[in-house]
Ligand binder design. Structure first.
Ligand code: NAD
Ligand code: GLY
Length: 369
């Protein structure tokens, strides 16, 4: 097992927390948990329930914990207020009090909803993230962003509420469908692009073995990405400046997700966003042509090609970017690479205005080859 990473929260040291990354330690999970109070509430989805949460429930019960297992159907469409209310109702019915601890076991959907329940149940109770998708292990379980979707859009209602610990068991990835593995790898690639040339080399050199699910390499992928995310969250927990870098590829990515009515997986949408936004950086002179080519080639090895962008109408993409949360003074903002492993920054600002015409030209260049 790799050494745990700690997310240090300098303004509130008591809320700092460890991230454990390893393989096959789910059966001994109780030894990683902080003291569990009256009830351990496992929140999961139906797929993960059958695969892992039932045995977690058994193992916690065997270890003497009072345990409640709550499960909702899998899928982004269940990340909503109705699911949240139902979970809260079940917890009240079982007399869960402020000492109860939630275990959010599943992908990012479970983590975001269960985290939001934890943030608001009796004005906030402890929770532990037990991510089971690659995306959740290396991104959504870390950093305390919790949310639900509303008819107005994705993640528009939520809270910052940090978990007490994150426990990522890499062995869970053995059952993950390949497209979800790629979904998570794109987010790792994104994080390395923003801050870490060595991890880009590592990904480039080992991609095929990672895709074949070498456990040691997958642990390394997660460890490297989480180290970056932890360091960003420590410096800007509430997303006021530096944390914007985690949004590389997301101005376009979110627009594509919305246009596809969320049929396109988040990571695939971000991958196309990375391509287009890298081309914008190249046009601005921040990225060299061969650096753009490196990004394009690595994504091709994940079976993501520039031709996937052709399926989208450019003007519709531009319209959707106008709803981006980074928008300021009516202008759409983008995170732009400044070489590989670094982002462009001016005066502690990490997202920059890009006009529609630049987006149009970049799009044409990306899709023409
Ligand atoms: P997901 O939670 O929908 O999981 C994907 C699918 O995989 C689901 O069907 C799930 O049941 C299944 N699954 C989970 N673990 C499995 C396993 N080990 N084996 C087999 N199947 C498994 O999707 P996701 O990609 O994990 O997360 C996406 C969500 O994360 C989005 O809602 C997004 O907004 C959110 N997100 C949040 C943050 C954050 O900082 N809070 C960051 C990135 C993404
Ligand atoms: N996934 C973006 C963030 O955590 O800020």
């Amino acid at each position: 097992m790799l050494n745990p990473i700690t997310v240090h929260l300098p303004k509130q040291p008591a809320y700092s927390y460890p991230i454990h990354i390893g393989a096959k330690f789910l059966e001994n999970i109780h030894s990683y948990l902080p003291k569990v109070g009256s009830t351990a509430v496992i929140i999961t989805d139906d797929t993960v329930k059958a695969l892992y949460a039932l045995s977690l429930h058994q193992s916690l019960s065997k270890a003497g914990h009072k345990t409640l297992l709550l499960s909702f159907p899998a899928g982004e469409v269940f990340k909503n207020g109705q699911t949240k209310s139902w979970l809260e109702g079940e917890m009240f019915a079982e007399a869960c009090d402020r000492d109860s601890v939630i275990l959010a076991m599943g992908g990012g959907v479970v983590g975001d909803v269960a985290g939001f329940v934890a943030a608001t149940y009796m004005r906030g109770i402890d929770y532990i993230q037990v991510p089971t998708t690659l995306l959740a292990m290396l991104d959504s379980s870390v950093g305390g962003k919790t949310s639900i979707n509303t008819p107005q859009g994705k993640n528009l209602i939520g809270a910052f509420w940090q978990p007490k610990a994150v426990i990522a068991d890499i062995a869970c990835l053995n059952t993950l469908p390949q497209e979800h593995l790629i979904n998570g790898l794109v987010e790792a690639f994104k994080m390395y692009l923003t801050s870490d040339v060595k991890s880009l080399e590592f990904l480039d050199q080992n991609l095929e073995r990672i895709l074949a699910r070498d456990e040691v390499l997958l642990s390394d992928v997660v460890h490297r990405a989480v180290s970056i995310k932890a360091s960003v969250v420590e410096k800007d927990e509430k997303d006021n400046s530096l944390r914007a870098i985690l949004n590389l590829g997301h101005t376009i990515g979110h627009a594509l997700e919305k246009l596809s009515e969320y049929k396109l997986l988040h990571g695939y949408a971000v991958a196309l966003g990375l391509l287009l936004e890298a081309k914008i950086a190249e046009r601005r002179g921040y990225l060299q042509a061969q650096q753009y080519l490196f990004i394009k080639t690595l994504l091709q090895r994940l079976n993501i090609s520039t031709s996937d962008l052709k399926k989208f109408d450019l003007e519709a993409i531009i319209q959707k970017t106008k709803l981006d949360k980074k928008k300021r003074d009516e202008k759409v903002h983008y995170v732009l690479l400044n070489g590989l492993g670094s982002v462009y920054e001016t005066e502690n600002r990490f997202a920059h205005v890009v006009d529609d015409e630049t987006v149009r030209r970049a799009f044409d260049e990306v899709v023409k080859k």
